[in-house]
Design a protein around this ligand. Structure first.
Ligand code: NAP
Length: 465
């Protein structure tokens, strides 16, 4: 039996080993998932809701242990990990409440006589693939609506963070989810496991969260069997501060939008567009806050941890260097942690880049780290054109004193989500997702469950019955 190691990003120490699933084992999981699906789809929605509610309670009862697992395998701060556990658990409660609302439609065909009866049905066995940056929430945001809809699931967590997914699967089992309905395949070879699943005709759904590049490859793979897909892909969020914005509030929002999870969020503010009238004040206040950030081992309470590994840190440092070469200036930076026992190579100093040229390369890609490039603007139309000049459109942010103006900007932004005078958009009750190459479909809200259903319509003539 082969296993692979899971490491703590803060120290690079091995914290656990997990079973490395083979393609054969993955293929066998489909048999169990299909058998469980035949049963689970017939379980009354109320019963499914009660099990999901028990999973919600189970996660909250186990919140501290889950927080510590996330801190250990992902490296985020304890506060961020605790917030993630609460957010992740909420998907079980939200979809417990949605499970009992199976919407349909009824209508009379315009020609008369015939009735259209529209119902929704679970799509079938669903493959779920999740990234390492939110190992709990990205899993529950998929598992909860899938189970609520009557699907069974096969989950492939990121190889860096399988432990959280395995802990959640246990909680689901204790909550009463039948055997086979939720199976996790940790693997050091994602494509091996996922290809075995996607090759099986009984797998009818893929819900993926991860990078746009891997998303493209999986979409091509799904095209072969026309598998139903939902895609939550990369972001490159603009964060706009207008001339009349409340600068203090904008800095508060920027700290959350940029530094939550050390900047490793698909929704992370990636580019700051600040009006010239407030730019100096914003940069000074934001910079002061950045310089105060304390980096270190999150297990020991540090507010900011490492990024996921030294490789990722090196790429982020290269982006900073590239921006400086193109004319940007490191205006403010937090201190790197000192002391023994840390993997120093995995830490990136939170950095504010000022004087960033509007066409700098760093603005054209997802930084996925604690770096805030600030571009000063005067012409709003030009700024909006630049803000929309990205192949992805996931989240964006606008701070403006005049709400009408903020809403007008919000509607002009090519993004699936806009934080208006807020630095956070994630909410289980709201549709999360992107436009352009940021994805297809939505998670959360009443939309999330629809992704796991198929519409059927019965054309009925009962006039002669
Ligand atoms: P990633 O490299 O795309 O990996 C995501 C998942 O896909 C992991 O489980 C990975 O497994 C798996 N995977 C990789 N190659 C695969 C293949 N050929 N076939 C099947 N599965 C494959 O992304 P990441 O680095 O983990 O996460 C960061 C990205 O996710 C960022 O771009 C971020 O914006 C995006 N993200 C988007 C959202 C959203 O809701 N839109 C939310 C969070 C993150 P391994 O770990 O084994 O490689």
């Amino acid at each position: 039996m082969t296993e692979f190691e899971v490491r703590n990003p803060a120290t690079a120490a091995v914290i656990d080993t997990v079973h490395d699933h083979t393609a054969e084992e993955a293929a066998a999981q489909v048999d169990a998932a299909q058998a469980a699906f035949e049963q689970w789809r017939t379980v009354a929605p109320r019963k499914r809701a009660e099990i999901l509610m028990a999973a919600h309670r189970g996660m909250l009862d186990d919140a501290e242990r889950l927080r510590d697992i996330i801190v250990a395998e992902n490296g985020k701060s304890q506060a961020d990990a605790a917030a993630e556990v609460a957010y992740a658990a909420e998907f079980f409660r939200w979809y417990a409440e949605e499970a009992v609302r199976a919407p349909g439609e009824y209508g009379v065909a315009p020609a008369g006589g015939v009735r259209n009866v529209v119902t929704r049905h679970p799509v079938g066995v669903a493959v779920l693939i999740t990234p390492w940056n939110f190992p709990a929430a990205m899993a529950t945001r998929k598992i909860a609506p899938a189970l609520a809809a009557g699907c069974t699931v096969l989950l492939k967590p990121a190889s860096e963070t399988p432990l959280t997914a395995l802990a959640i699967a246990e909680i689901l089992q204790q909550a009463g989810v039948p055997e086979g309905a939720v199976q996790v395949a940790a693997s050091s070879s994602a494509s091996k496991v996922v290809s075995a699943w996607l090759a099986d005709d009984r797998v009818r759904k893929l819900s993926f969260t991860g990078s746009t590049g891997v998303g493209r490859r999986l979409l091509a793979q799904c095209a072969e069997r026309v598998v139903n897909t939902s895609m939550e892909l990369g972001g490159n969020a603009p964060f706009i501060v207008t001339a009349d914005a409340d600068v203090e509030a904008a800095v508060e929002g920027a700290m959350v939008a940029k530094f939550r999870n050390s900047g490793q969020a698909c929704t992370a503010a990636n580019r700051f567009y600040v009006h010239a009238d407030v730019a100096e004040e914003f940069v000074a206040a934001f910079g002061r806050r950045i310089e105060q950030l304390k980096l270190g081992d999150p297990a020991a309470g540090a507010a900011i941890g490492p990024v996921i590994h030294a490789r990722a840190a090196a790429e982020i440092r290269e982006l900073i260097d590239g921006a400086v070469t193109q004319g940007a200036r490191i205006a403010h930076q937090a201190a790197l942690p000192e002391g023994e026992g840390l993997d120093h190579e995995a830490f990136v100093a939170p950095t504010l880049l000022a004087d960033v040229p509007a066409d700098a390369d760093i603005l054209g890609q997802e930084i996925f780290g604690p770096v805030a490039p600030v571009v000063v603007y005067t012409d709003e139309e030009d700024m909006l054109r630049r803000a929309n000049d990205a192949e992805v459109g996931l989240s964006s942010y606008v701070y403006a004193g005049n709400l009408q103006h903020a809403m007008q900007i919000g509607e002009k932004l090519e993004a699936g989500m806009v934080g208006v005078n807020r630095g956070i958009v994630s909410d289980p009750s709201a549709p999360f997702g992107g436009v352009k190459q940021a994805g297809i479909g939505r998670e959360g809200g009443s939309f999330g469950i629809e992704e796991f259903t198929e519409v059927q319509y019965l054309s009925v003539d009962w006039s002669a019955v």
